[in-house]
Write a protein that binds this ligand. Structure first.
Ligand code: ZN
Length: 234
């Protein structure tokens, strides 16, 4: 069985090809300024997972969901909102923190995240789309990856470190809206993980955190920092 192929699409967007051949998109904001042109139109989407409803994570989910009819993994309120927006079956797996859903042999456990979760509409009204969350994803070959979503570092990451044998953690490091490298280093310690893929940095000038800074704060962790469009095997 092949490994887990992780392709960074800029910001917090990832395409993941699972060992069993499933194609997963996480937080598919495919019009972000660093998403490569040739990644903006997916071939297929088997599973679409969202950490929260902010526009830089929701991205083109409504259009993608209607077009590719993926299984949708999202927190309760967001899942129902997506169903109301016309994605068939989007609420079928509506879940919440601490819970696990099995989607075609891939297990998604929803975690806490210290962040907010409202969507600012075009008329500046804010729609509550549930809490911000993260996921621990256990793939068909038992490779286990934590996608933190947008969050500060928080003490309960230690629970994840005890509950799961994590092979890698995907953490935001850009600062301003999420933790920066200094807190991310503490998060890695709490998670007990030896490999990290940083994201949510360098999208715009205010996302100031950088992988090299994380390397300085977490010298014992392997920091894998693919370029946008680059695929790494985990
Ligand atoms: Zn964000």
């Amino acid at each position: 069985m092949p490994g887990v192929s992780l392709t960074w699409l800029g910001h917090s967007a990832f395409r993941v090809d699972s060992p069993g051949g499933k194609r997963i998109y996480l937080d598919p904001w495919l019009t972000n300024p660093r998403c490569p042109e040739n990644e903006r139109t997916p071939e297929r989407i088997d599973i679409l997972a969202l950490t929260h409803g902010h526009a830089d994570h929701l991205g083109e989910t409504v259009e993608l969901g209607r077009r590719y009819l993926p299984r949708v993994v999202a927190i309760f309120e967001l899942a129902y909102w997506l169903a109301a927006k016309g994605i068939p079956g989007a609420s079928a797996l509506a879940m919440n923190k601490g819970g696990t859903v099995d989607v075609d042999g891939i297990r998604f456990s929803m975690t806490d995240a210290v962040h907010s979760g409202g969507l600012v509409e075009e008329d500046d009204r804010i729609v509550y789309l549930g809490d911000a969350a993260g996921y621990v994803i256990e793939f068909e070959n038992d490779t286990t990856i934590y996608f933190a979503g947008d969050t500060a570092a928080f003490g309960d990451m230690q629970i994840l470190g005890r509950a799961f044998d994590l092979d890698a953690a995907v953490l935001p490091i850009g600062d301003h809206f999420t933790m920066g490298p200094r807190q991310a280093a503490i998060a890695l310690e709490f998670l007990g993980v030896s490999r990290c893929v940083p994201c949510h940095y360098a999208t715009f000038p205010l996302h100031t955190g950088r992988p090299d800074e994380l390397r300085r704060h977490a010298p014992d962790v392997e920091i894998l920092a693919p370029e946008p469009g680059e695929t790494i095997e985990l």
